[in-house]
Design a protein around this ligand. Structure first.
Ligand SMILES: [Zn+2]
Length: 90
């Protein structure tokens, strides 16, 4: 459950470790449904550095699956169980 704290995705410069801004992003998931992969184009805010670079961000796994998918999975299991009961003549 959401506990009220908000964490902001921050990127630091790989060269000087200063804060950076994400100028824009590019979806590189190739249109594959359910895949989240983006290239984040970043600029360092340190005036002595001014590096720009790309960070690739990707979804790896859920800590808590979306509610709809859990409900759908439960419904599918119940339906499968009911079908097995019908086939078994119970
Ligand atoms: Zn930098």
């Amino acid at each position: 459950m959401f506990d009220g704290e908000v964490y902001i995705f921050r990127i630091n410069c790989p060269h000087c470790n200063s804060k950076c801004v994400i100028a824009h992003s590019n979806d590189v998931s190739g249109g594959i449904d359910g895949l989240f992969v983006k290239d984040l184009y970043c600029h360092c805010h340190n005036p002595d550095c001014c590096a720009s670079f790309v960070v690739r961000a990707a979804h790896t796994h859920y800590l808590q699956p979306p509610r709809n998918s859990v409900l759908d999975m439960a419904k599918a299991l119940v339906k499968k169980h009911e079908e097995q009961l019908e086939l078994g003549g119970i």
